[in-house]
Design a protein around this ligand. Structure first.
Ligand code: ACO
Length: 709
């Protein structure tokens, strides 16, 4: 096995061979060569076709072995049945990277052929991009090895896309949107190289300021999350993920043969990593274009300057939604803007110059905001009026943008007729961040602030926890020997003790007499739960009785539990009951950790109780997590104010939840056999009084290594 080359050569190859280069301009092999020539690739180009001849001024080599000298990258555009043979030739020629355009592999069920190619390639030190891709563009060496429309404008945005068709169409779209690219890579079936590999290069590439990812399904999400956490400290990262809806997820899963992860988890993990998730391609492009050129804000507070009250209010609403804080020092606002507005204008933020304002007033107000040290960004809104001289307006805005460019972010929103629309088009081609919709303008600025906050924040290191993992494993092994994939309550209780969780006092009873004695020892009220390896869902089987206040209630409950459980499953082996202290009331939460098919270990937190399934007020983080990440996961749920204390109630012990979240995350990270651990409810008390894990459930991989039963 040869050591694989670094990913750098994929973006900066010194030589490229196109296998399947055709003189027929209707073929993909022709288009790729034509784009490489047209983009002015700096390295050596070797078109390969058994027929030989000339193509666009280049000699065609009839076979790869005729090429004299090293080949860094081979683009393969011949039918699937012939690809493996060509890959073998590539190995003999010490090719470093294979860019396999060809379709007809795992995306249509031809997984074995794809696996064979990758295994062979990796065994010979080659990395594989694709198959089923449209190619790669890299501005570093002016390489357009795609079969797109051509005319890619070099710039600072790198696009990595799983969708071939959308990605190839983005070539034309980016040109139409004046979006300059540093790279454009199609990952297709991700048989070897995936987004994470590409991020390693893009993170250190000086040309790239923004990375835009189009993702359909995530494989090895824990690796992706770890990388993204670092990359977002250096670059703005925007993601679009299809498969948000259940129907969309099914379509995406069948599209490139990869599974789309659960959307809520994807969303939470992206936020945890500091990635900006866009709702649409248009939004992603808007953000990318703005982020690529905007200077970082120097502080948190922004100002709205407008000649229209209504649009100013719309912008204010949008600021709240997109996390843009408005500068609020009224005295300073008055001092700064009073000279540039009519007496009936408003210097409050939004600064309203009124419909009477002229272009000159507008320019002066923008300059005043630029000079004010407390204002870190400006939203310049304009509604078309007859008082503005639109012929010079475009020039005025362009100059304002130039003055801002090195110092402060500015976004423009212009609203009006054909003249205004033409100014927007004109300014966009000059790189001025101008929008016709106020929400789009504010959303772009919001994206910048969010990314800037991420870049300032240190990377969260997971908090270390001491857990006796050998003891955990021994408990699982014993249950496994019993043929189970879940733990009994008493075993789950032992795990809780190993995690040092606070649980209600409990005693196991094997008879009615023992149950009564246990209740007396614990003190009333108590809860009684059946213990049976044949009954996982105790409540469904009538195996749980709550709030038992005296001996006679304990006797009745014991008999009722035995009757119901036998009726539920006649042959169920019942080992006894667990008599448990009835936890005093508090805020019922649910907290769990599991192995997610896309992201590996994840932690979940939400408001518990009987409505948990309906309310779905939960949040997730990729595990293991730090205290900061645990706190932000807890703060993410809609019902968070309940934990802060509402209607005069005291704040709840949020730190106690943080402790539990960290421990569960650490456990499922270190012990990957545990597929699910869930505490429902975790009853949270007032600050300083902790939280009690009332019911702990644990599922794990049984000895077959398959799913828990
Ligand atoms: N070495 C070099 N050249 C060869 C070899 C070889 N071993 N074998 C064949 N060729 C030549 C052929 O002779 C032909 O040249 P010619 O036109 O001079 O005769 C050329 O390579 C191409 O071979 P064809 O058999 O004509 O194949 P064709 O071009 O029709 O299709 C392709 C090849 C494009 C790879 C096709 O199999 C395919 O997979 N198409 C789908 C590609 C795709 O959509 N990818 C996903 C992109 S993303 C998206 O969805 C847009």
């Amino acid at each position: 096995m040869k050591t694989a080359t670094t990913i750098d050569t994929l973006f900066e190859p010194r030589s490229v061979a196109v296998i399947g280069a055709s003189a027929n301009d209707a073929k993909i092999g022709y288009r790729i060569v034509a784009n490489i020539v047209r983009a002015g690739y700096c390295g050596k180009l070797f078109p390969i076709n058994p027929k030989g001849g000339q193509l666009l001024g280049n000699n065609i080599y009839s076979k790869l072995s005729d090429v004299d000298g090293p080949i860094d990258l081979a683009v393969i555009a011949i039918p699937a049945p012939h690809v493996f043979n060509v890959v073998r030739d590539c190995a003999s020629n010490e090719v470093k990277h294979l860019v396999i355009i060809t379709s007809g592999f795992s995306e249509v069920g031809n997984t074995e052929e794809e696996r064979k190619i990758v295994e062979f390639a990796r065994g010979h030190g080659m990395r594989v991009l694709g198959p089923n891709i449209f190619g790669i563009y890299s501005s570093a060496v002016c390489l357009d090895a795609t079969f797109g429309a051509g005319g890619i404008r070099p710039g600072h945005v790198a696009i990595v896309t799983q969708s071939g068709a959308l990605g190839i169409a983005m070539i034309g779209k980016t040109a139409a949107e004046s979006l300059g690219l540093s790279a454009l890579v199609s990952v297709g079936n991700k048989s070897d190289i995936d987004e994470t590999d590409l991020l390693e290069y893009l993170a250190k590439d000086d040309r790239t300021k923004v990375i835009l990812l189009y993702i359909e399904g995530v494989k090895q999400g824990d690796r992706l999350a770890k990388t993204l956490k670092c990359v977002t400290r250096a670059k703005h990262v925007v993601v679009i993920k299809s498969g948000r809806s259940k129907r969309g997820a099914v379509a995406a899963a069948s599209h490139t043969g990869s599974l789309a992860g659960a959307d809520e988890i994807f969303d939470s993990v992206m936020r945890q990593c500091g990635v900006l998730r866009a709702e649409s391609i248009q939004e992603a492009f808007n953000w990318a274009r703005f982020l690529a050129d905007a200077p970082p804000p120097s502080g948190n507070e922004a100002v709205i300057i407008t000649n229209g009250g209504g649009i100013g209010v719309l912008a204010t609403d949008a600021c709240e939604k997109h996390g843009v804080t408005l500068y609020d020092d009224q005295q300073a606002l008055k001092r700064t803007f009073s000279e540039v507005m009519p007496a009936f204008g408003s210097s409050k933020n939004p600064v309203d110059l009124t419909g009477q304002a002229t272009a000159q007033d507008y320019a002066c107000a923008l300059d005043a905001a630029l000079k004010h040290p407390g204002i870190s960004a400006t939203m310049a809104l304009y509604c078309e009026t007859a008082l503005f001289d639109t012929t010079t307006f475009a020039n005025l805005l362009q100059q304002a943008h130039r003055r801002y460019q090195e110092t402060k972010p500015i976004v423009f929103c212009l609203f009006g007729g054909e003249k205004v629309e033409s100014i927007i088009r004109q300014l966009r081609t000059k790189g001025v961040p101008v929008f016709s919709d106020v929400y789009e303008a504010v959303s772009a600025l919001g994206a910048l602030y969010r990314s800037w906050r991420t870049q300032k924040a240190p990377i969260s290191k997971s908090t270390n926890v001491q857990i006796d993992l050998a003891a955990v494993k021994a408990i699982l092994d014993r249950a496994r020997a019993d043929g189970r994939g879940f733990l009994l309550a008493s075993e789950a209780q032992q795990i809780a003790e190993l995690l040092d969780l606070v649980t209600p006092r409990s005693i196991i009873a094997h008879s009615l007499d023992e149950a009564v004695q246990a209740a007396e020892r614990i003190g009333y009220p108590v809860v009684m739960k059946v213990i049976s390896k044949d009954i996982i869902h105790k409540s469904d089987a009538g195996g749980v009785a709550l709030d038992l206040e005296n001996e006679s209630e304990v006797v009745d409950a014991y008999q009722a539990i035995m009757r119901s459980c036998h009726a539920y499953k006649a042959d169920a082996l019942i080992q006894g009951v667990e008599v448990v202290e009835m936890a005093r009331p508090g805020v019922e939460t649910i907290i769990g950790a599991r192995q997610d098919p896309s992201f590996g270990p994840v932690v979940m937190f939400g408001l518990g109780g009987i409505y948990v399934e309906v309310m779905k007020d939960v949040s997730f983080r990729a595990a293991p997590i730090s205290r900061r990440e645990a706190s932000s996961m807890i703060a993410d749920i809609r019902s968070y104010p309940l934990l802060l204390g509402v209607r005069g109630e005291k704040r709840k012990d949020i730190d106690a939840i943080v402790d539990v979240a960290i421990k569960l995350g650490h456990l499922v990270d270190k012990c990957r056999d545990i597929t699910d651990i869930e505490i429902n409810p975790l009853v949270v008390y007032e600050l300083g009084e902790g939280a009690k894990a009332v019911d702990v459930r644990v599922l794990f991989r049984n000895q077959q290594g398959g799913k828990p039963r």
